[in-house]
Write a protein that binds this ligand. Sequence first.
Ligand code: S3P
Length: 425
Amino acid sequence: MKFSQCGPLRGEVTIPGDKSISHRSVMFGSIARGTTEIHNFLQGADCLSTISCFRKMGIEIENNGNAVLVHGRGMRGLAKPDTVLDCGNSGTTTRLISGILSAQDFTVTLTGDSSIQKRPMKRILDPLSQMGAKIRSLQDNGCAPLEITGSLLHGIHYHSPVASAQVKSAVLLAGLYADGETRVTEPYVSRNHTELMLSCFGAAIHTEDTTAVIQPADELYGQKIRIPGDISSAAFFLAAGLLVPGSEILIRGVGINPTRDGILRVCREMGADLTLLNENLDASEPVADILVKSSRLHGITIGGAIIPTLIDELPIIAVMACFADGETVIRDAAELKVKESNRIDVMVRNLSAMGADVEETADGMIIRGGSPLHGAVIDSRLDHRIAMTFAVVSCLAEGETEIRGAECVNISYPGFYRDLELLKI
Ligand code: S3P
């Protein structure tokens, strides 16, 4: 797909539902008793993979393209699927579902696309095995396909070496079925959607600093859920609005959970003109509209506890750094190497091809802003966030940018290119 440099971006965009929260709503709804009614569900390929897995385990799920009704059958209501469960491109589906499957009374095989089959699963195999799960990597390489035979589980206190909500959530979900309390301590707090939503479904769960604590549950109860817009999707419009001269964009309905809002803090620290409007902070998942105006940015250092709160936004933050005055250092972000693609490598290569001054480090990047960028052929490596990141860069780069595999935005934001086009004046 080809893109050209453009003038100011102006208008409004409403952000589709949050991917992390959409996955969880279907998973928890499936093991709850009664119907879970979900509004603003993200109809991206990843979340549809989650729906498909639970349908294969006998859960009736109605999806009219926006609202989703999950007819849960209780914590012991899943049925053995006839086929392998295909998680597609979705790490969240693979890892979270593994926690649930570790406690069922059947054996199941989980797999996914070629990207999923390269992503590290040892990080869940280790704690789930410690809890008593029979879970193994069929090719013995620490990756999917995984074979899981449900077992009686024990509560553990797991000290995760990585701050990962997927690892934390897999262990907490297994903990629902364990014979005692389960604790997960992380180096830094990762997104807490599992904790918030499981609590609404009736689980006894709380947090103590960087530790999440869950008690075994007898039953969860179906809920009505309205999913906020995904701040990770909003990030592309935030950056576009800040960087394309003369722009002003109102980004509507964005989830601003404090474990996800690192991008807002970084934008402000870089000098961005951002205003939060219509803030609704009462719900467990707070929401706001964000008004963004083009701004002159300056480089900063990003590392430590803020990293998990903006992990998926680092590619687009790297782009902001290319247009900022001075140097930006991104560190403590080695997790970027094990996302849908190696996002450090893919960003450094593609930004360099466009003329940026960017250097790879062991756990991040150093970017010196101010070099003018020009169009290039970009390999998205079928990573949705990389494709969207370079669609934003194409607005700013001189000449034409071609993005290979551009259709992969389907994973998290099927209407992304249309929404971006509509803002061009
Ligand atoms: C997610 C957690 C993050 C994030 C991913 C979604 C989740 O991954 O990158 O896109 O829904 O829990 P990690 O938990 O592996 O950091």
